[in-house]
Design a protein around this ligand. Structure first.
Ligand code: 3H9
Length: 699
């Protein structure tokens, strides 16, 4: 039974029971509505309690239903349930234990009172899937907690805890353990006191008069422009709350305005893309298969540079003691002071709780001695990209660590099998590719080598989840998923440059597409000198250097290293990150283009720039599927959204291509093939998917 009904004297208990999270799909909505209506009519029921039999109170509307072509019939909709609660003449108490998100929170708001456990969490995460609260959330919340808080909750989608909910008036009472008993006692107390029904919809509550909150709405719009560029639903959320104010004395009129905008969000491709990302993330996390993960109680990280330090922070944040090894005291001290600074900043900004920086630092033990790593059951190597060095480290780790320990490399492209073969435990070796800054970026590519055992892979997945990362499976192949795709993207961006399109035009077109920054801003941020020094160190012959690398060399030879010294592809005024085009660089590009034999032409338009830079992602992504390097197109989308800043509201490159229509994408790729040659040869997987008139499928 998805809804259980029972009585405690005059109190009617209605318990939702639809695993895993009480999503309000038709199979929960119908019996819930029946139970509420029956209790409303039944004279023996004095008060109603709305509870959950699961650890989640209610995750809101069933997102899967939004993919269906038909919207739920109005008589069985969530709005109908909220309406039934709203018109019930008896006090209804939502007893919230666990999360009440989205439609779940709207359900609670349609009740008269909200009694909560300490585990209660409230949020409107609709914005994360391109929607807005569509069952009265934008109308009831500002009446209950005011416009400013309502805007914040609906726009940031972040949960508020029980204490905050009580403080702001979203919840009325904190219940002790033994929740059902405590809730029944609360209901009886209310009945004895003759507590009234108290519908949020019945008056304006904390709504300001029209015009009074203009500044708050302006502030919200400024926030949207800064942080949510490209997304459509945030502006509609603001409009809904403005309508709540405009229709202050007419709740139903405001509700109708909300409904109209909710339906327009549902039809917007952004909500499909963001829902795709929601489910793709969860599907990717299942990529380990069915093997049981091993316990990880102590960890080791080799290297305390930018990546090693960030990875050590991840272990500490997950509560796992970690020993960090460096070659010398000085490097160790430098690395630790960066970690300390990062933790302190996180604490200051509220990303970790007070005292968290000190607690996390206490979990990190520095060492320069491999002997001190004994006892670690998981080690991550994070030194610079040199296969011989990495192999030597794996051999030393193999000797230093217990025979059960798992050894991972944070390499971004090197061969995991070669490292595995440098140990006596190749089955317990794999790749865990974190993204910089490793303590912030959520993506981790988990690289299964030829020898990696199933439980080794499962352990890496489980560890990534403990670190609150998003793990994605990849086979062991040069550049894995993300960097293999990135190289196609970067190559094309440089081609555009040499053909005559200025860097600022390429960057602007891709920013307008939704990327946080264009490729040339990114190179300046990372630093041109990194690649240059690596090429020089390796003695890479000139004729093997790609055109983009040749430009990097030329810029570095002129001491243009990027943002770090205020001069790269762009110039930067002191203390500014705003790129300013440099005529000298334009001249350098032109000279080099001539030397390399490019035919210069007029600058490409935004549409061509986007296609030239995005379609290599789609084509290489298709090849990765064909080769089995990636298992699912949705995994590729997750890599690009979480690792490379691809706009989530476009769903990732593969989803984007599907939305554009694969046959059209293929036609453009064939056109580029005619113009630019072999690098644009369409991947067979793309040709097949386009011919079949379907998407890339599940893998
Ligand atoms: C809405 O409410 C619109 C209304 O305003 C208006 C309507 C008219 N639907 O995350 P987990 C699945 S929009 C369908 O791994 P956790 C999830 O896919 C909705 N399925 O667990 C997974 O399935 P699987 C607004 C859902 O404990 C399983 O449940 N609400 C939904 O880490 C477990 O999920 C949201 O956006 C759903 N709503 O976290 C809430 N939610 O096992 C989104 C979950 O097959 N959900 N599933 O992979 C969440 O934030 C988290 O899932 C939650 C649990 C915190 C609830």
């Amino acid at each position: 039974m998805t809804v259980n009904v029972s009585d405690r004297g005059p109190v009617r208990l209605i318990e939702m029971n639809s695993p895993p999270v009480n999503a309000l799909g038709a199979k929960l909505r119908m019996p819930l509505l029946d139970a509420i209506r029956a209790a409303s009519r039944d004279d023996s029921a004095g008060a109603l309690l709305l509870l959950s039999g699961l650890k989640t109170w209610c995750a809101g509307a069933d997102i899967k239903e939004f993919g269906l072509s038909e919207l739920p019939a109005p008589e069985a909709s969530l709005n109908a349930i909220c309406d039934a609660l709203d018109t019930c003449s008896k006090p209804v108490i939502a007893v919230v234990d666990g999360v009440a998100y989205g439609g779940g929170l709207e359900l609670a708001l349609a009740c008269d009172y909200r009694a909560v456990s300490a585990r209660a969490r409230f949020a409107f995460p609709e914005v994360n899937i391109g929607l807005l609260p569509g069952a009265g959330g934008t109308q009831r919340t500002p009446r209950l907690v005011g416009v400013e808080r309502a805007l914040r909750m609906c726009l940031d989608g972040k949960p508020v805890n029980a204490g905050q909910a009580l403080e702001m008036g979203l919840a009325d009472r904190l219940l002790e353990d033994g929740l059902t008993e405590a809730a029944c006692a609360f209901a009886e107390e209310m009945l004895a006191a003759g507590a009234p029904v108290r519908k949020i919809s019945s008056g304006p509550g904390k709504l300001p008069r029209p015009g009074e909150a203009a500044e708050v709405f302006d502030g919200a719009r400024q926030l949207i422009a800064r942080r949510m560029r490209g997304r459509d639903s945030p502006e509609l959320i603001v409009q809904c709350i403005e309508q709540a104010v405009a229709c202050r004395d007419d709740f139903r009129a405001g509700l109708a305005e909300e409904r109209r905008r909710f339906v327009s969000c549902l039809k917007n491709p952004q909500s499909k893309a963001l829902s795709h990302v929601f489910f793709a993330e969860r599907a990717a996390a299942r990529g380990a298969g069915g093997a049981a993960a091993r316990a990880v109680e102590r960890a080791a990280v080799i290297g305390c540079g930018t990546m090693g330090g960030g990875i050590a922070m991840n272990f500490a944040i997950a509560g796992i003691p970690v020993t960090v090894l460096e070659t010398g005291e000085e490097a160790l001290e430098r690395g630790l002071s960066v970690i300390r600074g990062n933790f302190e900043r996180s604490e200051k900004s509220g990303r970790i709780p007070p005292g968290g920086a000190e607690r996390s630092m206490a979990l990190i033990t520095p060492t320069t001695d491999y002997g001190a790593l004994d006892g670690a059951d998981f080690a991550v190597e994070a030194v610079y990209e040199n296969l011989d060095l990495k192999k030597r480290i794996f051999t030393r780790l193999d000797r230093a660590l217990g025979s059960d320990a798992i050894l991972a490399s944070n390499t971004s492209y090197l061969d995991i099998d070669r490292m595995a073969e440098a140990t006596g435990r190749p089955g317990q070796v794999l790749g865990m590719h974190f993204f910089s800054p490793a303590n912030i970026m959520r993506l981790v590519e988990v690289i299964e080598g030829r020898h990696s055992s199933a439980d080794t892979v499962a352990t890496a997945f489980s560890l990534a989840s403990r670190m609150k990362k998003v793990p994605v499976w990849s086979a062991n192949s040069n550049g894995f998923i993300g960097n293999r795709m990135l190289s196609g993207y970067m190559f094309e961006a440089f081609e555009l440059l040499f053909e005559g399109t200025p860097p600022e035009s390429v960057d602007a077109a891709l920013r307008d597409f939704g990327l946080p920054m264009g490729p040339f801003q990114m190179i300046d941020l990372v630093g041109l000198d990194l690649g240059w020094r690596a090429r020089e160190l390796a003695g890479k012959p000139l004729e093997e250097r790609k055109p983009g690398e040749r430009l990097g060399d030329a810029l570095c030879e002129r001491e243009r290293f990027g943002q770090k010294n205020g001069r790269g592809i762009y110039n930067y005024s002191p203390g500014s990150r705003v790129p300013e085009p440099d005529p000298g660089v334009a001249g350098l590009i032109e000279e080099l283009a001539e030397e390399l034999g490019y035919k210069r032409g007029p600058p490409a338009g935004a549409e061509e720039i986007v296609k030239r830079c995005m379609y290599p992602l789609v084509n290489v992504g298709s090849a990765l599927l064909e080769e089995g390097v990636a298992r699912a197109a949705s995994d590729i989308d997750i890599v690009y959204v979480y690792g490379y800043g691809f706009p989530a509201w476009r769903g990732g490159p593969m989803h984007y291509a599907e939305q554009q229509g694969l046959d059209g994408v293929l036609e453009d790729i064939r056109g580029f093939h005619d113009r630019f040659g072999a690098r644009w040869t369409p991947a067979q997987r793309l040709v097949e998917a386009a011919a079949a008139g379907r998407g890339f499928g599940e893998g």
